[in-house]
Each structure stands twice: as C-alpha cells, then as structure tokens.
Design a protein around this ligand. Structure first.
Ligand SMILES: [Zn+2]
Length: 241
C-alpha cells in the first residue's frame, strides 16, 4: 500500500515537473533581442511569428539609432520589453516613464483599420514597417523619459514647440507633426516628441519641410541625418504641401 502511494507521489511529481517545463518552454521559448540588455517577456501573444517580427522590428529600430541615443535608452537598467495581447485596447505600443517597466507592444489592438487617432496607423494588422515605426516611437519615449535627468532634451523640446499659460494650456509654436497627439488631449507634448523622433528617422524630408523647428531639434539630438524611406506612415503626417 505504502509502495503504491510512493509510486503515485513520484508519478505526480514527474507530471507536475513536466507540465511546468512544457509551459515555461512554450511561453519562454525565448525570443531574444540581438541586444543582450533588452529583456523580452512574452505575457501573451497571437503567434510566435508575430512576436518574433515585433522584436526584429525593435532591433532594427535600435540599429538605426546613433550610439549615444542607444546608450541613453539602455541606461543602467537595460530595457524591458513585454509582448502582450489586449484586444479591447486601441494602443499598440506603450512606454512607461519609470526606469523598469519599459515598453509594451500589443500584438492585436482593437482598431484594425486606419484610424489616424490611434497609435500607430494600422493597415490590415501591422506590417513590418509599421512595427518598426511603433518601435521607434516607443524608443523615443524611453529616450526622452531617461534624458530628463541629464540632457533635459524633453524640456528643450517643450520650449521649442510650445508655451503654456498659468492653467497649463498649451499654445503651439509649431503644431505636432502628426494628427495623433492633437487628437489625444493627454500627454500631447510627450506624444509630439515621440512622433517627431520616429519621423526624423523615417520621413526626415517631410518633417524638415513642414516642421522645421522639430526637424532642427531632432537633428541636434541625433547628430546625424537620415534619408527618406517609402513608408505607409507618411499618410498620417499633418503636412499640406
Ligand atoms: Zn506614444
């Protein structure tokens, strides 16, 4: 009788262990960034291919950034990146101002069409280019959050594009480069900075032509220039040329 019990217990333990390993394996069968300081967590995913493509787009976004900006993003803590699925939410990317939470990507947000007020524009799901753009936008947020302690780049950006009255209402000296920040009353300045950051890499010519103050500021921050790339993103730019 005792023996049977032992056997039963042993078998249970084996099963529990196996299930644990199988589960961790499927959830964590880790997708790694090529940057060892980028820590990827998969909270939920639509499928593995999609998750890999998000991290590939993130890596490509980091590849295009100058090393001093990458260093700013990396800071002492590295960067945490979480992939998730929030089908009831509109957002596709989110960056958190604290130094630990990092970036979240939503693989399947609620808006599937092309709403200019959602972040980002979504054309039948995310193309790789769109993921690249969202990644740049979120990295822009992280860069500006982390620069608040040293270079104060975000404060400089605020002063270049706006003034605020005593009630905290913004008067734009140069409006945000895309409709997105204007349609969201909250964090307009932070969103405007992240959009200009991403556009400086993807559509510098258009940014320069229509938003010279933002272009010149980003030129200073980046210390280099980029060449215009064909991208569906440009349709969201608020530029009547
Ligand atoms: Zn944003």
């Amino acid at each position: 009788m005792k023996r049977k019990l032992y056997r039963f217990a042993a078998l249970t333990i084996v099963i529990v262990l196996l299930t644990t390993f199988i589960n961790t394996d499927s959830i964590n069968a880790s997708i790694n960034s090529k940057y060892p300081w980028v820590h990827v967590t998969i909270q939920k995913e639509t499928n593995r291919t999609e998750s890999k493509d998000w991290i590939k787009a993130l890596d490509e976004a980091l590849d295009t950034l100058p090393s001093h900006i990458v260093t700013g993003i990396k800071s002492e803590n590295g960067l945490n990146v979480t992939l998730t699925v929030e089908s009831n939410e509109k957002w596709s990317g989110r960056a958190y101002p604290d130094l630990t939470t990092g970036i979240y990507f939503n693989e399947q947000p609620s808006s599937k069409n092309y709403p200019l007020d959602s972040e980002p524009p979504i054309l039948n799901g995310f193309s790789h280019n769109e993921k690249f753009y969202v990644a740049l936008h979120e990295l822009g947020h992280i860069y500006f959050f982390r620069s608040e302690k040293d270079t104060h780049d975000f404060q400089t950006f605020e002063k270049i594009v706006s003034t605020k009255n005593a009630e905290g209402e913004i008067s734009w000296l140069e409006e945000p480069s895309t409709i997105y920040p204007l349609s969201h009353k909250a964090n307009q300045l932070a969103e405007s900075a992240a959009e200009a950051f991403a556009l400086f890499v993807v559509s510098p010519d258009i940014l320069k032509a229509c938003y010279p103050l933002q272009y010149n500021f980003m030129r200073q921050v980046f210390g280099r220039e980029y060449t215009e790339t064909p991208n569906s993103i440009i349709t969201r730019i608020n530029c009547k040329q």
